[in-house]
Structures are given as C-alpha cells and as structure tokens.
Design a protein around this ligand. Structure first.
Ligand code: BGP
Length: 490
C-alpha cells in the first residue's frame, strides 16, 4: 500500500519507554522484599553473563525520582514498569508488605505529577521464590489463586491512579525459556511441562482480566506478547504452508487464547497427537473464555522465516533419518517428550532470512516486519494495539568527553517508527509505543553490555561505579519525536 502522505499520529498517542522490576530496581532484599526466582537463579554458576544479577541493577528503587525527572525532561508521555510481586507479598501469598505498595505508590505519584502515564505490568517473570518452592510455581493451580490475590491488591491500591495495565509480559518467552530450554528459571527441559505451565498461565491471565473488569471498570488491560511475523523463504506453496505452521504454533497458540478465549484447533490437535497437549479440566474452557483484553500489547524485535521441513519436502526428504529410531526423531516424542525440544520440527524448518541484517547479538533487524506485524495482528484480532517494547540492544561507548553518540539506535528506531506510522495510515489502531528501554538496565542473560536505553548508566558487569545517568544522543532525538507528536518521522 503506497501512501502519498502519511496520517498523523493520533492525539494523545502514548510515546513511552519500558522497563521491568528485576532489570532496574535493585534493592533485592530491602524494605521487606522477598526473594523471586530470579534472585535465586542468577546465583547459579554459569546461568547469567559473568554472574550478573539484579541485586543492585541500576538502582532505580533509590533513584526513581532522578529517573522520572529525566523522563520529564524528555517529555515522555508513558512509562511502562513492572511490579515485583515479591515486594508486595514477600512469600507470594500471606502477609502483605506495606512498604512494597508504598514504593509503587510513590513511583506512580511521581509519574503523574510529571504528566507521565503509568503503564503497570503485573508480571514480568519474577515469580516469588516461595511459590516456586511450595507449589512448583506456574505448574500449580494454587499459584493462580495467589496471583489473583496479588492482582486484587494492586487493582485496589492503584485503580484510581493507573489506567493501563499489562497482565503477563511475553508469556511465550518465559514459558519457552523456563520450561523447555532451561535458560530461565525454573530451568526445566520438558516440552510437555512447558505446555502444562503455559495452560496455568492462560487460566491466570483470563481470570485476572475478568477480575480487573469488575474492580477497575474504567481501566484498560491486556497481555504483552512477544510477536514477530513468520515469512516463507520462497513462494513454493510448501514453504508458505511452513510459514503458516510457524505463525500458528509460535503466535496463534497464545494470541487466540488471549483474544478469542480458546485454543486454536489445529495446533491443539497436533499437540494431542504428540502427547504434549496441556491437561484441560472441566471448567477450564469457560475460564479461558473470560479473556477479553481491552488492547493487545506487543513487544516487537523480529519475526522468523520458515521453509518446508525435511519430512514434507518431496525433493529432499532424508528418509534415512526418518527410518532410524534416533532419539532426535520427533515422532518418538510421543513416548519421550523429555528427549525432544521441538514439536515445530514437524511443522516447519526455521532459517535465516537472506534479506535481513542482524544486530551484534544476532537479532534480525526488520522494520518492515513491524508494519506487517501490526497489520497482521490487527486484522486477525481487531483490538487496539499497544506496542509495549521495541528497541536495539547495542554496545554503547562513552566518548572522551563523556557522550554517547548512538546514531545506530536513532536509525533503528526511526525506521521502526516510520513503518508504524505507515501501519497507522493503513488503518491499524495503535494507542502507544514504548521503546525498550528508558535507562540502560540489566539484560536477563547478557549483563550490562547489551544496552537499550536513551540514558546511559555508568556501570558494567563487574563494577557498579557511580551509576550516573548520562542522556545519549538518542535521548534528545526521541524528545523531538515526542514534541512533534511524531510528525518528523517521514
Ligand atoms: C524482552 C523482554 C525484556 C528485555 C528485552 C531485551 O523479551 O521482555 O525484559 O529483556 O526482551 O532482551 P535482552 O536483554 O535479552 O536483549
């Protein structure tokens, strides 16, 4: 779709930036906070880059006023942050920690006083350790009850101060990395357990949305999904089908539950066939149907590319491999799901996209994919879209006179914003856009080297230094973007 002129960004568009509690706050054991699974996991040798952890992070807990002052200086319209469940309920349930509520109350007041819309994420991966140890975390239905109590406390405390709420951040990512690839807590490698835990989170999400609508009738809530479109490698219909399969298992599997309140039938049938479908009890379908989000949050970094897998490609089927009873044969997964990590193998083969460059961490850079993503999910689900994360992880270096000239970040964001503006012109309703991130922060697995912020934080993996905040060149660029309500993006 070619447009001679582009529509303006809507009035009141939420130009924002995002963070997560564990990645910025620090103060891991202060003012009554309990432990989260990440406080524990990061202590296990070899799990994070150079053993980095969130004990201090970028000390936002103590420096939130300074950080909000910088947001104000920039003119930021929205700040997305997450609440650490273990600050509110140190054991995940039971006694409430009033100092935990107080911290977020102060932060929200500070944001409001500076005309910044708070966007509150209820869960950004840091489940209280006590719930993990007592119930097995997201593998137990008791955790749903604990989560709802936690949600109710926050709904009640902030219903008059916070309009925009996010339930779960990237459920697809934390269940995959946590229960299948052992890269995140609880460090499991069992695809069946992943789908079981994922089902529990789906139930928690639906119930939380339903409770929210009863308790905060004027608010808006939705999940934030890590989304990128799947492309076929070629116009070969078999590759196109492979991409459809990829889109279905990587995205529809979650998005249909969020937006339509039920599992997509083909993927569900495939998981049943493979013996890895989640256990659905009587009443679960009714609970899933309660999921009626007001918007769909998406975190966009990149999509993926698929070609037909070796089992379905008539030209190059490696029949020998199929005939051998190797444990890597995915058909064996029916009896031995622990040995296989990939039901997707039967559906498509993931490949590099020959048209796209990558970041230093191997993430494809694909601004046009952002427009495709917005168009695709808007036409499929018909919900306003809130872009809750997008950004570039890069190595930033201080010049001798103490500046950070991050032109590469400006180019990255500019290209993405232009595609978003085109998507808006196409007709997609986008209500806001949060970059990842405002200040530099701790990357879950990559330490402090991989920086995303508009504001440099003077620390590295081994040395906390003075944690000074230094606005980068991109800070002033985004300030102008906001001041012109995006009209300079063309
Ligand atoms: C998203 C997460 C964020 C953040 C971001 C960048 O998936 O929601 O919390 O971590 O990715 O990730 P990384 O630090 O691995 O580059």
């Amino acid at each position: 779709m070619f447009h001679k002129t582009l529509d303006k960004f809507p009035q009141g568009f939420l130009w924002g930036a995002a963070s997560a509690a564990y990645q910025v706050e620090g103060a891991w054991n202060e003012d009554g906070k309990g432990l989260s699974v990440w406080d524990n996991f990061s202590r296990i040798e070899g799990k994070t880059a150079q053993g980095t952890n969130g004990n201090v992070a970028v000390d936002h807990y103590h420096r939130y006023q300074e950080d909000v002052a910088l947001m104000k200086q920039m003119g930021l319209k929205a700040y997305r942050f997450s609440v650490a469940w273990s600050r509110i309920l140190p054991n995940g349930e039971g006694e409430v920690n009033p100092l935990g509520i107080q911290f977020y109350d102060n932060l929200i007041d500070e944001l409001r006083a500076n005309d910044i819309e708070p966007v509150l994420t209820l869960y950004h991966w840091d489940i209280p350790l006590a719930l993990q140890e007592k119930y097995g975390g997201w593998e137990s239905r008791q955790t749903i009850d604990a989560f709802l109590r936690y949600c109710a406390l926050l709904f009640d405390a902030f219903k008059d101060k916070v309009t925009y709420w996010v339930t779960f951040n990237e459920q697809n990512v934390f269940t995959t990395l946590g229960y299948r690839l052992e890269a995140h807590p609880p460090g499991v490698t069992d695809v069946k357990r992943m789908y079981e835990a994922n089902h529990i989170v789906n139930l928690a999400n639906a119930k939380a949305i339903d409770l929210f609508h009863k308790m905060v009738p004027n608010g808006k809530i939705g999940p934030s999904f890590g989304y990128g479109p799947m492309y076929p490698l070629t116009a070969n219909p078999s590759d196109v089908l492979a991409a459809e399969n990829g889109e279905a298992i990587n995205s529809d599997w979650w998005l249909e539950v969020y937006c339509k309140g039920r599992y997509p039938k083909c993927i569900y049938k495939q998981l049943v066939r493979l013996g890895i479908a989640p256990t659905i009890l009587a009443g679960d379908e009714e609970i899933l149907a309660l999921s009626k989000p007001d918007f769909l949050g998406i975190n966009y970094y990149h999509g993926g590319t698929a070609k037909v897998n070796i089992y379905e490609d008539a030209d190059q089927v490696d029949k020998i491999q199929l005939k051998t009873e190797s444990v890597t044969d995915p058909y064996l997964m029916q009896n031995n799901h622990k040995k296989s990590r990939s039901p997707e193998q039967l559906m498509f083969a993931g490949v590099d996209n020959p048209y796209l460059k990558k970041t230093s961490w191997g993430w494809e850079i694909d601004p046009v994919g952002f427009r495709i993503a917005l168009r695709r999910i808007y036409s499929k689900y018909d919900l306003p879209v809130f872009v809750t994360e997008n950004g570039l992880g890069a190595i930033d270096e201080l010049t001798e006179d103490g500046q950070i000239i991050d032109d590469y970040r400006i180019v990255y964001l500019e290209n993405h914003l232009l595609e978003m503006r085109k998507a808006i012109t196409d007709g997609v309703e986008v209500i806001g856009y949060c970059t990842w991130s405002f200040t530099d922060l701790l990357s879950w697995l990559n330490g402090y080297k991989k920086r995303y912020g508009f504001v440099y934080v003077n620390r590295d993996e081994l040395d906390e230094k003075d944690l000074a905040r230094i606005p980068k060149k991109s800070f002033y660029w985004y300030k102008d973007v906001i001041a012109t309500n995006g009209s300079m993006i063309e």
